[in-house]
Write a protein that binds this ligand. Structure first.
Ligand code: GAR
Length: 209
């Protein structure tokens, strides 16, 4: 499975993917890493691994649609089977999403549909949640609203602040994303007829990992 990764920052999820591939635990190839931030450490991780890494600056484009047309023309050029948003923090325009429905996933740091958008760990703390977590979902035009494939639950502990909770969730995001990619690469999870299928049947609820 040929993977294109979109990342805006640190790139720890990208590193987790690269390490899983190197250990022989994921049958995939990262064929390109793309960013909306020239200084994203994720680009450095990619280049260190000998992977094509490209960034575009949104301010150099007239509109979000214009930016996405250019970005996704770079992505399409590496012919990915799947596009993985791994800490990609920019909204993607509807036409770019619509053209790739079922071929683009995102990892989000909450138990969707709870706590969409930004500052999810603070949202969970403010809501008094005792369990938080992360989700991997197919990207649709609704922000963080596409069908959820897999989730991992992470306890909120007494004394947590947004930083300690984010760190505990992040440690679980990495295996979650790798396991989800393994299911997709193995064909056990697939996008068929506008929805997620698992082992040939519509997925009734997210898989809990
Ligand atoms: C991760 O926690 C990811 O779930 C989150 O950004 C972080 C990126 O970390 N993504 C979102 O919030 C998307 N809305 P990383 O750059 O180290 O992989």
């Amino acid at each position: 499975m040929r993977l294109a990764i979109l990342a805006s920052g640190r790139g720890s999820n990208l590193l987790a993917i690269l390490e899983a591939i190197a250990r022989g635990e994921l049958d995939a190839t990262v064929v390109g890493v793309f960013s909306d931030r020239r200084a994203a450490p994720a680009l450095v991780h990619a280049r260190n691994a000998g992977i094509r890494a490209q960034s575009l600056a949104p301010r150099e484009f007239a509109s979000r649609t214009d930016f996405d047309e250019h970005l996704f023309s770079l992505v399409d050029a590496v012919q990915p089977d799947l596009i993985v948003c791994a800490g990609y923090m920019r909204l993607i325009s509807d036409p770019a999403v619509a053209a790739r429905t079922g071929r683009m996933i995102n990892i989000h740091p909450s138990l969707l549909p709870e706590f969409k958008g930004l500052r999810t760990h603070q949202q969970a703390l403010d809501a008094g949640a005792s369990v938080h977590g992360a989700s991997v979902h197919f990207v649709t035009s609704e922000l963080d609203g596409g069908p959820v494939i897999t989730q991992v639950r992470v306890p909120v502990e007494r004394g947590d602040d947004a930083a300690t909770l984010a760190e505990r969730v992040l440690q679980r995001e990495h295996p979650l994303l790798v396991a989800t990619l393994r299911e997709l690469a193995g064909g056990r999870i697939a996008w068929i007829d506008h929805g997620v299928h698992f082992n040939g049947h519509p997925l009734a609820a997210p898989l809990q990992l």
